[in-house]
Design a binder for this molecule. Structure first.
Ligand code: SAM
Length: 200
């Protein structure tokens, strides 16, 4: 997938209040749900400008912020420098290049951009330590009206039953789901879930 759209959006990404509100709700739900500790090493896959990562950073040892968009990674780097954050490391590249055992992998509103996401879930299982936690926040199944432009949208949200079965097939257990935000748009709500699972 071309990164051009996200590259162009990066500089103004944090200027949309509802986007910031959603990321804040997801970060809060992760903090409330997963027992984070200061010795944990985490990966955010598709970290964008780091709206979630910068909130989680004080609760863990380190967060690798991976994104495919150079524009997003540049903005994250600028925010890290401005805020003096020392434990979030921007990573522009492929997951296979990150050879670090991980305690936590999470995604916030990125899964729906990934066509072959089951393959990615399998890779996550390989990168997590036994007992490591995976957290996925994304849209419940929707009708394709959430995004104003569906370019680069691989999935119109996710069916929980299907996603949970796929996670189990990838070797995850203790799968739990909750709704953490209702995104009000088009005179309706689009629920956002947080699914957590543990590598067996
Ligand atoms: C909707 S944004 C979410 C950003 C951030 N997680 C947040 O909640 O604010 C999706 C992000 O995923 C990144 N992305 C999309 N496809 C990707 C892929 N295949 N690999 C890595 N990052 C990807 C985009 O560049 C973008 O920064």
């Amino acid at each position: 997938m071309s990164t051009e759209r996200f590259d162009q959006a990066a500089a103004g990404w944090d200027a949309k209040p509802r986007r910031v509100q959603l990321a804040h709700a997801i970060a809060g739900a992760i903090i409330a749900t997963i027992p984070l500790t200061r010795d944990m090493t985490a990966l955010e896959y598709g970290c964008g400008t780091g709206l979630v990562a910068l909130e989680l950073a004080p609760h863990v040892h380190k967060i690798h912020g991976l994104d495919s968009s150079p524009g997003m990674i540049k903005v994250l780097g600028e925010k890290i420098a401005e805020q003096g954050v020392t434990n979030v490391e921007p990573f522009l590249g492929d997951l296979s290049d990150l050879q670090v055992p991980l305690d936590l992998i999470y995604m916030s509103m990125t899964l729906h951009h990934i066509e072959e996401y089951v393959e990615l879930l399998n890779q996550f299982a390989q990168h997590l330590k036994p007992g490591g936690v995976l957290a996925l926040a994304d849209l419940d199944k929707e009708d394709g009206t959430f995004h104003d432009d569906n370019t680069g949208i691989a999935h119109f949200g996710f069916d929980q039953d299907v996603l949970q079965k796929q996670l189990a097939q990838c070797g995850f257990g203790a799968i739990k789901n909750q709704t953490v935000f209702n995104f009000a748009k088009n005179d309706r709500d689009y629920p956002v879930f947080l699914l957590t699972a543990v590598k067996g």
